[in-house]
Design a protein around this ligand. Structure first.
Ligand SMILES: Cc1cc2nc3c(=O)[nH]c(=O)nc-3n(C[C@H](O)[C@H](O)[C@H](O)COP(=O)(O)O)c2cc1C
Length: 360
């Protein structure tokens, strides 16, 4: 299984790209991620001024899930341009560096050329405001030669069509997606919000957001031909394969390296390689978008049949328990289905731990 990937003219040794966030807080963080096996690293977002974050601003909020009220980089843009980027280029010559730049039109005008001149492989443009993003991409494309990546926010009103328009405006690739929010979590022992953003609000990342990212990726992949970085909720190898199947070209990671440590990337690389091989793939591009042909353009209106493999059944009774219509009975390994009661929702087969009960 070949894990190498050609992405926007960069040779990635792995399909994993570190998303903009705390891991890439400065040159040291960027180089550390590179050494842990990242194919490319996206820096924390540069803006006109260094961010001042509320305290505290990152909290675990469930398994492999975070809520954060962290802003952009807490370094001045001049520090990145004059110190951090040169340090990265000097100390990690084969590192693929993508600099994140946000969040307004004037900020793109102020910094995009200076970032390119500092020596980067691509620039990712990000904005909270859907109505500025296309012009930001257009301006960046006019002013620099390095590839421009658009970062999609799930919080925009129409992320897919906005991304399509940004690609028409020249974006060379799309990252899907930013954090989801605003969200609120409260510590019930203290009645305090988990993070100290405005009104206690923050942004959710990790495990639970991947299906949202995958829906956007699948729709987008059917409308544009540019590469997509699938970023959002990839925690383990299975997630990486799934987000690729939905139409991603490369796989972004942020939360999983915060909750498991940066060296988790070694495991993620190895396990993704092994799993892809087991599934019969020889390279990453074969996996990309492989599920798109199976996404029906219309709802399926035909009932299916169930297949019950007695020898695989462990009599756990899950299929019986979950049926809201009380249509199933499993006694002495004899499965009965009341077809009058059954609505063919499929839940029973989906919870079977051994695939003894299947939808045909
Ligand atoms: C603490 C934290 C800080 C982040 N900061 C930025 C940022 O400065 N710029 C940006 O574009 N995305 C930022 N992100 C969003 C991530 O790049 C990514 O889009 C999001 O976390 C979804 O991926 P994940 O589920 O793998 O974490 C941040 C995420 C986290 C968790």
């Amino acid at each position: 299984m070949n894990m190498e990937l050609e992405f926007l003219g960069m040779e990635l040794k792995s399909p994993f790209i570190i998303g903009s966030g705390p891991i890439s807080y400065n040159a040291e963080g960027v180089i550390r991620a590179h050494k842990a096996g990242a194919g490319a690293v996206v820096t924390k977002t540069l803006r006109d001024n260094a961010a001042k974050n509320p305290y505290p601003h990152i909290s675990e909020a469930g398994s492999s899930t975070l809520i954060n009220a962290e802003k952009w980089t807490d370094l001045e843009p001049e520090t990145w341009i004059n110190e951090e980027i040169p340090k990265i280029n000097k100390n990690a010559k084969d590192l693929n560096l993508i600099v994140s730049l946000g969040h307004t039109i004037p900020e793109v005008k102020n910094w995009v050329e200076k970032i390119e001149n500092a020596g980067v492989d691509a620039i990712e443009i990000v904005s909270y405001m859907e109505n500025s993003i296309i012009e930001m991409v257009e301006i960046a494309k006019k002013r620099v030669d390095v590839p421009i990546i658009l970062k999609v926010s799930p919080n925009w009103t129409d992320p897919v069509n906005t991304a399509v328009k940004a690609v028409e405006a020249g974006a060379d690739a799309v990252t899907v997606m930013d954090s989801v929010g605003p969200v609120l979590r409260i510590d019930i022992d203290t009645a305090q919000p988990l993070v100290a953003g405005e009104n206690g609000m923050g942004w959710m990342t990790g495990k639970g957001i991947r299906p949202i990212a995958q829906a956007i990726i699948a729709k987008l992949a059917q409308k544009v031909v540019v590469p997509i970085i699938g970023l959002g909720g990839v925690i383990k190898a299975e997630d990486a394969i799934e987000i690729l199947m939905a139409g991603s070209t490369a796989v972004g990671v942020c939360t999983t390296l915060l909750t498991h440590g940066v060296d988790h990337l070694h495991k993620l690389n190895d396990e993704t390689e092994q799993l892809a091989q087991k599934l019969g793939y020889q390279n990453i591009s074969e996996i990309s978008g492989s599920a798109l042909v199976n996404l029906p353009s219309e709802e399926n209106k035909e009932k299916f049949t169930f297949e019950f493999l007695k020898y695989e059944c462990i009599d756990c009774q899950r299929c019986v328990e979950v049926c809201p219509y009380q249509a199933r009975e499993l006694k002495n390994m004899n499965m009965k289905l009341d077809e009058e009661r059954c609505r063919y929702c499929g839940l029973c087969a989906s919870v079977c731990p051994t695939d003894a009960l299947n939808i045909v």
